[in-house]
Design a protein around this ligand. Structure first.
Ligand SMILES: Nc1ncnc2c1ncn2[C@@H]1O[C@H](COP(=O)(O)OP(=O)(O)OP(=O)(O)O)[C@@H](O)[C@H]1O
Length: 453
C-alpha cells in the first residue's frame, strides 16, 4: 500500500461501498468504510484520513452534514460527495459547504482516478506552500488580506470559482495563484478571453474539431478544454459568451465531458473552471443575457477583488514593489520618488486599478531622469477617468450636430483608453466596459482601426 493516508468511504448501499473500497485498493489506497453518519464521525475521530468520499443520502442525515462536520473539525481533509446523476443542486451546495469535489453516479474509474490524485497531491502541495508561503498578491489592507486567505482556501478545493472585480484589479492574478497553490499546479493554466474569440470559431476553440467538420478543418484539432487537462481553464470576460455557447459550456461543466465539433463521441476532461468578468453577471442574468443555470454553475464560490481606491493605504507598498519589479526586469537601478510624486499617487483614484498604476509607473520610468521620479513624470493630469465625464462643452458650443458631437466624444474616449493601455485593445475594451468584439467594431466604424485590425 502507498504512503497516502487511508480513504474513508461513507455510503449506506453495501454494493457501492464495496465497489469503492475495491477500486481504491486497486489504486493502492487503503479504505475504511462507514454506512451512516454516526459511524463516519466515529471513524474520523479515530483515524488519520487523506480523503473522504460520502454519499449525499445517509440513513441518519445527509452527506452535506458530514461535509460541514469535516470543514469544521478536520479542515485539512478533502471530502468529496457522491451525487445522483442530474442532481446539480446537490453538487453545488456541497461545494459551497466546503466539499473539495464531487462524483456523479454511476461512478467510473475515469472520474475517480483524477479526483483521488488531486486529493493525494493536495497534502504535498500544502506542505510546500507552508514552506514557501509566497503569495504575491501585494497589500496589507484588510480587503487584500481577506483575498489572500480566500485564495489559500480555494486552492484546496476543486470547486468552480467566479472572480468579480473591476478591470485591472487582479482577477487573472488571483486565478493564477489559486492554480499555483492547488493540487493542479503541475498541470496547465489556460487563460481564455471569451470576448476575443470570433463567435463562429468559439465552439471549435473550446472543444476542438475533427478533420472535415467545416471548410478549412484540414486536420483534427484539440480545443482549450483539452489543453487545460489536469489543470485550470480560466474563462476571462465570461459575460461576453454568446447565449448559444453558454448552453454548450454548461453541458461540458456539468458532465465533465466534451465533444469535438464534427465528432461523434464525448470524452471526459478533468479541468477546473475559474471564471471572471468586470461586468455585473447577476444584472446580466436578470436581463436574460446570461443563463441562470450557467451562472449558478460558475458562481459556486465568489471571490471579490477590491478596487484600488478601496485599498488606498496599499498604494505606497504597491508602488515600491511594482517599481522594483519593473526595474529588475529592465536591469536598472530603482529611482526614488519625490514627495510630491508619492502624494499624487497616494491620492489618485485609479479607475483602471493596479493595471493603471503599473502603466503610470512604467511611463514614469521611461520619462524620469533615472534618479528620481517627479510628479511631472507621472503625467496623471493626462489620465482623466473618462473625457465624457469631465467635458464641460455641449454640442451647441462645438457647433456640431448631436451625432457628430457624440462620435467625437466616443473617439476621444477610445483614444484615451488606448493610450492608457499602451494600445492593448483587449485592455482598452475592458477599461471602457465593452466587449472586445464591440470595441473592434467601434474602432473600424469610427475610422480608428489600421488596415487589417
Ligand atoms: N494586489 C496586487 N499585487 C500585485 N500586483 C497586482 C495586484 N493586483 C493586480 N496586480 C497586477 O495588475 C495587473 C492587472 O491585473 P490582472 O490582469 O490580474 O487584472 P484583471 O482584473 O484580470 O483585469 P481585466 O478585468 O482587465 O482582465 C497585473 O499585472 C497584475 O499582476
Amino acid at each position: 500500500m502507498s504512503a497516502f493516508p487511508a480513504c474513508l468511504v461513507v455510503d449506506d448501499e453495501t454494493d457501492i461501498r464495496e465497489l469503492l473500497v475495491l477500486t481504491l485498493e486497486r489504486m493502492d489506497i487503503r479504505a475504511d468504510s462507514a454506512s451512516n453518519l454516526a459511524e463516519a464521525r466515529h471513524l474520523l475521530a479515530q483515524g488519520q484520513y487523506g480523503l473522504c468520499l460520502t454519499d449525499m443520502r445517509l440513513p441518519d442525515g445527509s452527506g452535506l452534514d458530514l461535509v460541514k462536520h469535516i470543514a469544521q473539525d478536520y479542515p485539512g481533509l478533502p471530502v468529496a460527495v457522491i451525487t445522483a446523476y442530474g442532481s446539480a443542486e446537490n453538487a453545488v451546495s456541497a461545494l459551497k459547504a466546503g466539499a473539495f469535489d464531487y462524483l456523479t453516479k454511476p461512478i467510473s474509474l475515469k472520474q475517480l482516478r483524477p479526483l483521488v490524485q488531486s486529493a493525494l497531491k493536495l497534502a504535498s502541495v500544502e506542505e510546500e506552500n507552508t514552506a514557501s508561503g509566497t503569495l504575491n498578491m501585494i497589500g496589507n489592507s484588510a480587503a487584500i488580506k481577506q483575498v489572500r486567505s480566500m485564495i489559500e482556501k480555494l486552492s484546496r478545493s476543486q470547486a468552480p470559482v467566479y472572480i468579480s472585480g473591476e478591470s485591472g484589479s487582479g482577477k487573472e492574478l488571483a486565478a493564477r495563484l489559486i492554480h499555483q497553490h492547488g493540487s493542479r499546479r503541475d498541470g496547465p493554466f489556460i487563460a481564455v478571453n471569451c470576448g476575443a474569440i470570433p463567435e463562429n470559431l468559439m465552439e471549435s476553440e473550446f472543444f476542438g474539431h475533427k478533420k472535415g467538420a467545416f471548410t478549412g478543418a484540414t486536420h483534427d484539432k484539440e480545443g482549450m478544454f483539452h489543453a487545460a487537462k489536469g489543470g485550470t481553464l480560466f474563462l476571462d470576460e465570461v459575460a461576453d459568451l454568446p447565449l448559444a455557447m453558454q448552453v454548450k459550456l454548461l453541458r461540458a461543466i456539468q458532465e465533465k465531458k466534451v465533444r469535438m465539433v464534427g465528432g461523434t463521441q464525448e470524452e471526459s476532461v478533468d479541468v477546473r473552471i475559474i471564471s471572471a468578468t468586470h461586468k455585473n453577471l447577476s444584472v446580466l442574468m436578470e436581463r436574460g443575457e446570461f443563463r441562470q443555470d450557467l451562472y449558478y454553475r460558475l458562481n459556486v464560490i465568489e471571490l471579490k477583488l477590491p478596487a484600488l481606491r478601496d485599498m488606498q493605504q496599499d498604494i505606497p507598498l504597491l508602488v515600491d514593489s511594482l517599481l522594483a519589479k519593473q526595474c529588475r526586469e529592465e536591469s536598472r537601478a530603482v529611482p526614488a520618488l519625490s514627495p510630491a510624486a508619492s502624494q499624487m499617487l497616494a491620492r489618485h483614484s485609479f479607475p483602471g486599478n493596479v493595471r493603471e498604476l503599473e502603466n503610470v509607473l512604467e511611463r514614469a520610468l521611461a520619462l524620469c531622469d533615472g534618479n528620481t521620479i517627479t510628479a511631472d513624470d507621472l503625467l496623471l493630469d493626462q489620465d482623466p477617468a473618462m473625457p465624457v465625464a469631465t467635458t464641460k462643452t455641449s454640442p451647441a458650443d462645438e457647433g456640431l450636430p448631436l451625432p457628430d458631437y457624440l462620435e467625437q466624444l466616443e473617439k476621444k474616449a477610445i483614444i484615451n483608453a488606448l493610450e492608457k493601455t499602451q494600445h492593448n485593445k483587449t485592455a482598452a475594451a475592458k477599461l471602457l466596459g465593452v466587449s472586445f468584439r464591440t470595441f473592434r467594431y467601434r474602432l473600424s466604424k469610427l475610422g480608428l482601426s489600421k488596415d487589417n485590425d
